[in-house]
Design a protein. Structure first.
Ligand code: NAD
Length: 369
């Protein structure tokens, strides 16, 4: 794709700072790699609440539904803590995900050799790690009905949530898993709790059926608790982990920490493909980091790596995604680090200096090729 419409939603806290650096990267790709970006920019979260009285305006949502991809910074902050729940910054993001039916959440956990020492695991366990957690994002126990806290006729109180999955919801998620694995290391771990949950038995049946359509991909089933253990024991055994909303939430955070820093982790949330077009939202895994907002300390790389995912999954520009990821690898190997990933005693660089170093590296790489 040579032309792409992108909606930028910087959001709150460090969101605008990291999106600023991304804009420089997008400008570089348009000047040097011939991609014509049609960029629109709007508020989301707390910033949108302050401006429009709602964390996601109808106009913003309408644009979001039209564009090729959305790239977001982050939302939230203590100044909106007392706002009614449905108007809180996070509600804007949840509505956006639901309205666009972004059911497939991709969270790569890659550990660049230069950052292996930042992991809480031994370096040899994580150096070169490259796994992808695929989490179902729009169904399961976070959305199932009935739910609530209630008082029984005999006066006892209880709380309940409902884990429910339609066959189609599991099928479309695991199918994305097989398709991703086909372009990677050809292995899918389907993760559930078939030993104790009906939804787990059902999940396993459907993964097995869909897996037969992908004979080149190895499918293994694993219980979620074992998967948590294996992630910290031998994480490199995994390629793609396909799992439900709840287990994916927990396992992706666990995998995230293997890589060292929150400031490095990208994500993508993809919708169903309709007439060759797929809704997509790209965002860093980290939050709005109010403790460092406005100080020029934020690491912009998670957002920039999220844009690399956008190049790959929405714009079909794999070579450009590879180029951007190589530039990130190289600047880290040259010890250019923001405060979150700086080695003890080393001088960290600012958010904008990290962005500038990346542009220099992109220039060097493109001159060398
Ligand atoms: P956080 O991710 O914002 O911050 C956790 C810690 O990591 C902080 O010390 C922060 O300074 C550091 N950190 C995070 N991103 C960084 C970066 N790019 N560079 C350097 N350091 C970074 O999590 P939190 O403090 O639990 O949440 C703060 C706010 O963000 C809350 O309002 C929360 O609801 C919101 N949040 C939003 C999202 C999202 O927008 N998707 C995700 C998580 C949290």
């Amino acid at each position: 794709m040579n032309k792409a419409s992108i909606l930028l939603l910087p959001g709150d806290g460090i969101g605008p700072e990291v999106i600023n650096e991304l804009v420089k990267v997008m400008d570089w790709f348009s000047s040097n790699r011939g991609i014509e970006f049609d960029i629109s920019k709007d508020d989301l979260g707390g910033a949108a609440y302050d401006r429009y009285g709602t964390p996601l305006s109808d106009d913003t949502l309408a644009v979001a539904k039209e564009v090729d991809a959305i790239v977001m910074g982050s939302v939230g902050g203590p100044q909106w803590d007392n706002v009614e729940r449905h108007l809180r910054p996070e509600a804007g993001l949840l509505t956006l995900r639901k309205e666009l039916d972004l059911f497939a959440n991709l969270r790569p956990a890659t550990c660049m050799p230069a950052l292996a020492a930042a992991s809480s695991l031994k370096q040899d366990l994580v150096s070169g790690l490259d796994i992808l957690i695929l989490r179902e994002l729009t169904a399961g126990v976070y959305f199932g009905e009935p739910r609530g806290i209630e008082t029984m006729p005999d006066g006892r109180r209880r709380a309940l949530d409902t884990q429910v999955y339609f066959e189609s919801e599991i099928e479309r998620l695991v199918r994305v898993g097989f398709e991703l694995a086909a372009k990677r290391n050809k292995k899918v771990h389907s993760v559930e709790k078939a030993n104790v949950m009906e939804t787990g038995v059902f999940w396993r049946q459907i993964a097995t059926r869909v897996g037969k359509e992908y004979p080149d991909i190895t499918l293994e089933h694993m219980y979620a608790d074992n998967c948590a253990m294996q992630l910290v024991r031998q994480p490199k055994q995994f390629d793609v982990i396909a799992t439900d909303n709840l287990f994916g939430d927990i396992l992706s955070d666990c995998a995230a920490m293997l890589t060292g820093s929150l400031g490095m982790l990208p994500s993508a949330s993809l919708g169903a493909e309709v007439n060759g077009k797929r809704s997509a939202l790209y965002e860093p895994v980290h939050g709005s980091a109010p403790d460092i907002a406005g100080q020029g300390k934020a690491n912009p790389l998670a957002t920039i790596l999220s844009f690399a995912m956008c190049l790959r999954f929405s714009l079909n520009r794999n070579q450009d995604a590879d180029l951007l990821e190589s530039a990130v690898d190289n600047i880290l190997a040259n010890n250019i680090r923001t405060i979150d990933i700086a080695a003890t005693g080393a001088d960290p660089v600012s958010t904008s200096a990290m962005g500038a170093a990346l542009i220099d590296e992109l220039n060097s790489l493109s001159q060398a090729s």
